[in-house]
Design a protein around this ligand. Structure first.
Ligand code: ZN
Length: 130
C-alpha cells in the first residue's frame, strides 16, 4: 500500500502510527509483521517517544546542531545535510503484529522524518502474516 504524506516544514517528524495501524487492520493480519518503507533520499522513518512532543523537537534540534548545512559539501543539489540525516534515521522500520495490534512500547510512535521539505512524500506499508 502506498500512502501520501504532505509535509509543511523543512524539517519535521510526522506521527504515522495511526496510518500503519489502519493498514494492519485493513489487511486482516492478526499475527505477523509490518514493514514501513520511505522511498526517498532526504526523508526517513524512525520509532521514538509519542507522549512528549518535545522529544521529537529535541531530536531535530540535535540533528541540526550536529549535521548543519556545510559549505564543504560537494553535492550539487545543496541538500547533503538532509541526505545525511535521512541515512541516520533509516528508510524502513519493522513492527511485530500480535492479535492484530502493533507491538509498540507504550511510549513508542512511528515517525515519518522530513529533512528537505515541504514536499509531497510517499510511504510504502507492507503487512505480512496471517
Ligand atoms: Zn540531494
Amino acid at each position: 500500500m502506498v500512502y501520501s504524506v504532505k509535509t509543511s516544514k523543512a524539517d519535521e517528524f510526522i506521527n504515522i502510527t495511526g496510518i500503519v495501524a489502519q493498514a494492519v487492520r485493513e489487511s486482516g493480519v492478526k499475527d505477523g509483521i509490518v514493514t514501513v518503507f520511505v522511498p526517498h533520499t532526504t526523508a526517513g522513518v524512525t520509532i521514538n517517544e509519542n507522549a512528549d512532543p518535545d522529544v521529537t523537537w529535541d531530536i531535530l534540534y540535535t540533528l541540526n546542531k550536529v549535521f548543519p548545512d556545510r559549505s564543504e559539501y560537494r553535492h550539487f543539489e545543496g541538500n547533503s545535510h538532509a541526505h545525511v540525516k535521512a541515512s541516520l534515521m533509516g528508510s524502513s522500520c519493522t513492527v511485530i503484529i500480535e492479535n492484530g495490534q502493533l507491538m509498540l512500547g507504550t511510549w513508542q510512535g512511528i515517525y515519518f522524518c522530513e529533512f528537505d521539505g515541504p514536499r509531497n512524500r510517499k510511504v510504502y506499508i507492507k503487512v505480512m502474516g496471517n
